[in-house]
Design a protein around this ligand. Structure first.
Ligand code: AMP
Ligand code: MG
Length: 336
């Protein structure tokens, strides 16, 4: 199968709509990462997404809709804070988990009685979702466990010949996946951290918790249990205070291979004469650059050495979660 990459051009949405209606999979730009889209009402199309990614069958998908799509038939009620959160943050990088009416394919939520819904702000995503006027499941458009894609080229690298179309909206401005928020309880609870932070949600909803599974407990957001975002080269990970050890590790690899550091700008400045990939200086910059640099690193280095950024909290909570899991430092309760 030929994989086409189409930017905004005449007929681009007609092709996408026809493919989705035929049960095919279409990748598309969002403001967080590229998604692998399929009709959420179709069992066959949803199963195709799992098969293409090699995604574990117990890791549920998020349904994406355009900003005027009426979600009331899909959800079985909602708490009072949900409307305020939608008004404050949608369209945008916030996924809200509601009680489900079970109208979409049973494979979307993998047996959970909830449904995760997101309204992306990307003009490309909005145009596509409006054209199909259906809820579209869209996990990140990467092979399972690989680094999430933030350009159409990244999607092509993982799925060339396997999907018919990628809707190119340029590089993703957000860079890490949406915040996943459980809106089934009295107090909203973050299941996956992202660009919409705990403090931002608490300001609108009054309160907001962050869910942390206890060791051995099946996580509420099953995707959080897996090693994820992993570059396809050796990795090592150090704290900023361990720079000497990190340099020793680099020098050892340099005898036979091609090591490279991945670290924030301030640390890059201390590493003159070494190969570095610069994550940037602000949390937003680090979110935007992380996946692109992990993909660049795996192509250029035999060993990628991550140095933990010093800033924590807010947007950094989401960045750190991805970075640690990419480097295999922390990956939930079980490895798959
Ligand atoms: P991805 O689309 O690959 O970025 O992953 C989607 C994330 O949303 C995973 O962490 C899933 O576990 C989570 N998710 C999707 N649907 C639900 C749901 N109904 N309840 C809880 N978490 C969900
Ligand atoms: Mg993913």
């Amino acid at each position: 199968m030929e994989t086409k990459i189409l930017g905004r051009s005449r007929g681009w949405l007609d092709s996408a709509k026809a493919l989705i209606e035929a049960g095919e999979v279409v990748a598309f730009h969002t403001e967080t990462v590229y998604g692998l889209g399929a009709n959420a009402f179709s069992d066959e199309a949803v199963l195709k997404v799992f098969a293409l990614k090699g995604r574990p069958a117990d890791n549920p998908l998020i349904a994406h809709v355009h900003k005027d799509y009426d979600i009331t038939p899909l959800i079985d009620g909602e708490p009072p804070y949900a409307a305020a959160l939608r008004k404050a943050f949608l369209p945008g990088p916030l996924t809200m988990v509601y009680p489900s009416t079970g109208k979409v394919s049973k494979y979307v939520s993998c047996g959970l009685n909830t449904l995760a819904i997101r309204v992306p702000s990307s003009p490309t995503a909005q145009a596509f979702l409006k054209a199909v006027d259906l809820p579209i499941v869209a996990p990140s458009a990467n092979l399972s466990k690989h680094v999430s894609p933030v350009t159409a080229r990244h999607v092509y690298d993982d799925f060339n010949g396997k999907i018919p179309l990628i809707l190119d909206g340029g590089a993703c401005s957000g860079g890490i996946e949406s915040t996943v928020l459980d809106c089934t309880g009295e107090i909203p609870q973050i299941l996956r951290e992202g660009l919409v932070t705990q403090a931002m949600i608490a300001e609108v909803a009054g309160e907001c918790n962050v869910y942390r599974p206890r060791t051995g407990e099946k996580p509420k957001s099953p995707g959080m249990a897996y090693r994820h975002y992993a570059p396809r080269c050796k990795t090592a990970y150090f704290m900023a205070e361990e720079l000497e050890e990190a340099i020793a590790c680099y020098k050892n690899e340099a005898k036979t291979g091609a090591p490279c550091f991945l670290c924030e700008s301030a640390v890059c400045a201390l590493l003159k004469g070494f190969r570095t990939l610069d994550l940037g200086g602000t949390p937003e910059e680090m979110a935007r650059r992380l996946y692109a640099l992990l993909r660049k690193g795996e192509q250029q280095a035999t060993l990628l050495i991550g140095i933990e950024p010093r800033e924590k909290g807010g947007v950094m909570a989401g960045v750190m979660n991805r970075m640690k899991r990419a480097f295999g430092v922390e990956h939930g309760t079980e490895e798959r």
